[in-house]
Design a protein around this ligand. Structure first.
Ligand code: GLU
Length: 348
């Protein structure tokens, strides 16, 4: 009799573990997914007006697949994203994922700068557990709002065992992208996120997840960046090139104490002569200069039409200007050596 009781107890404990729902934290930062407007057929609305509890309550189906806990990190349109929120978010993600009882994190975010925030977390989160960014292009009060299905899909991606170890993911409009390559490509369409150089890594359709690819560049647990003790990040500015460009913007960035400049150049990161001269001087003044491109596809290659070694410039490789900015900000927390910084742009 005693033995039967013991077996029954063991079975009970086994079932409790085997069928327990995973715990997923939803960290809300604002954006259109938390937006509300006066009319379902007008595009005007306020981003970040809806709290995380209301977001969760609006998609009750997620409670069937996970134990959902919500936290409000910020309530902003993502055009207001800043170093303080990035550091707060990354520190909280690391704290939560270090806990045994937390299986994954979903971060709701505006789509304008989701690509930068996701890449920041891709380089600073220290966990193999799934971290999924999600947003919406239509506010919750809009006709055919895309937020609820995107959130449902994001939670399904976060509980999926195959999502582990892939770094930070971006889930929008049934697609799964790696944070390294995801970028907003259309200002207003629900099909806005794409990964121009690599393609999406998977799909999620009514919660059904399918992966096609594995990101291979270093990220999360293989990243060397540690933000745990940082209170701020080095200033890095982006300058956008054009014919008849001028070096005054370079000088303005240097005078504003920028530690780094990303130059979104023409074609393969090419520079207008006066800008090239000003950037070469900035390097001599101790500012790290990265050549990137204003072209949305392809890489900016070292020693293309520009003599990078002579001027001390760094090439961004296949990172866009906005992602190159994130990597340079983190890189400058470790080194200001041009050769070492260049290595980072090949590794990440
Ligand atoms: N400006 C808003 C934001 O990024 C709108 C974009 C969106 O969330 O879709 O927060």
């Amino acid at each position: 009799m005693r033995l039967i009781k013991k077996i029954a107890l063991l079975l009970l404990v086994f079932c409790a573990f085997a069928f327990a729902k995973p715990t997923i934290y939803i960290l809300a930062t604002g954006g259109t997914i938390a937006g509300a407007g006066d009319s379902e057929i007008k595009s005007s609305y306020s981003a970040g007006a809806v709290t995380v509890d209301k977001l969760i309550a609006a998609v009750s189906a997620i409670n069937e697949i996970a134990v959902i806990k919500g936290e409000q990190i910020s309530s902003i349109g993502s055009q207001e994203m800043n170093n303080k929120v990035w550091l707060k978010l990354a520190k909280r993600v690391n704290e939560l994922l270090a806990r045994k009882d937390v299986e994954g994190i979903v971060i709701t975010h505006g789509t304008d700068t989701m690509e930068e925030s996701a890449y920041f977390l891709h380089l600073t989160a220290k966990s193999k557990k799934p971290i999924v960014f999600v947003g919406a292009m239509r506010s919750g009060t809009s006709m055919s709002a895309d937020g609820p299905m995107n959130l449902y899909n994001a939670v399904n991606v976060a509980v999926n065992k195959e999502s582990a170890g892939k770094g930070v993911l971006v889930v929008m409009n049934d697609e799964i992208h790696s944070a390294r390559d995801a970028t907003k490509t259309i200002t207003t369409s629900v099909q806005t996120f794409a990964s121009p150089n690599s393609g999406k890594i998977g799909t999620v359709f009514y919660g059904e997840v399918e992966y096609f690819m594995q990101p291979v560049k270093a990220h999360t647990i293989n990243s060397e960046f540690d933000i745990s003790k940082l209170e701020n990040l080095p200033r890095v500015d982006i300058l956008f090139a054009h014919p008849e460009d001028s070096g005054v913007f370079v000088e303005a960035a240097v005078n504003a104490s920028a530690k780094g400049i990303i130059h979104a150049g023409m074609g393969n990161g090419n520079l207008f002569p006066s800008t090239q001269e000003a950037l070469a001087k900035a390097v001599k003044d101790g500012v790290a200069v990265v050549r990137s491109s204003r072209v949305p596809n392809g890489a900016t290659t070292l020693e293309g039409e520009v003599n990078d070694k002579e001027f001390g410039f760094i090439a961004s490789n296949s990172l866009s200007a906005q992602k190159a900015r994130v990597l340079l900000m983190l890189g400058l927390t470790k080194t200001s050596d041009t050769k070492e910084l260049q290595k980072l742009f090949l590794k990440y």
